[in-house]
Every structure is written in C-alpha cells, then in structure tokens.
Design a protein. Structure first.
Length: 143
C-alpha cells in the first residue's frame, strides 16, 4: 500500500488551521469544565468558538479526503478494490481512536461509580443515534 502524500508535500497552512481548530475546541471544553454555570458573555463566546473549531475539522477532513480521492482518480486508481482500500485505511485510522476514547469514558464512569447508560452496546456498533432521533431533530430545528 503506497502513500499518496509524503511529509514534504504537506500543506503548512492546513496544519495551522488544524492547530487553530484544536485550540478553539480545547478552550471551549475547558470553559465547560471550569465554569459550568457561567452566564458570562465572554465564556459563552469562547464556547461558541468551539463549534467553529469543529466546523474547521469537518472542512479540513472534506478537503483532505477529497484531495486524496482526486489523486486516486488522476492516477486511474478507480477500481472497486482501490476505493475499498481507501475506505479501509480511513476506518483503520478512525476506529481505534474511537474505541479507545469510548473505553476510557466507560472506565471513568465505573471509576466514579456512576450508572452506565442504558443500551451501552449501541455505542460499540454506532446505533446510538437512531433514525427516529434524527427525524425528531429535523422536525424541531432550533429547539
């Protein structure tokens, strides 16, 4: 499996945007932990910029994945096997981190003797968000 991009081909500006997104999210989360009941406009503004950080991550992800797919197409790597390998690499980069964080959270819940959520198994199979809850959300925007 060959890599499409080398370290020298990295775009420095994208790394800066990624760092900015991380800082925005960390600042937002830290205000939620340090000042959970605060109604200060400054705190609310910092928390709002955390959502901007998440948006930046989505934009970066779309750009980077799109760029990789375009390079695959330019190199005539468009067979089902090529795209299956592409998605397998994506999943292998994402899933271990997801399950690690999930297990850490379960461990923290058990450590602090808090009740585990009902239907915990759904988190392991991505069934926690059901079609029904998405439909309810879409019917009540802004609630």
């Amino acid at each position: 499996m060959e890599t499409i991009t080398t370290y020298r081909q990295r775009i420095f500006g994208l790394d800066v945007v990624r760092a900015l997104a991380i800082i925005l999210i960390l600042c937002s989360h830290s205000t939620l932990l340090l000042f959970p009941e605060s109604q200060s406009n400054i705190i609310k503004t910092i928390q709002f910029f955390g959502t901007i950080g998440v948006d930046l991550f989505f934009v970066l992800s779309g750009f980077l994945i799109g760029t990789i797919l375009i390079k695959h197409i330019e190199n005539n790597k468009t067979s089902f096997k090529d795209f299956a390998n592409f998605w397998m690499r994506r999943w292998l980069r994402t899933l271990p981190n997801y399950y690690l964080v999930l297990l850490i959270n379960i461990g923290l819940i058990l450590l602090f003797n808090t009740e585990l959520p009902n239907q915990l198994f759904k988190y392991f199979f991505f069934f926690k968000t059901s079609l029904k809850s998405n439909l309810i959300f879409l019917q009540n925007p802004g609630v």
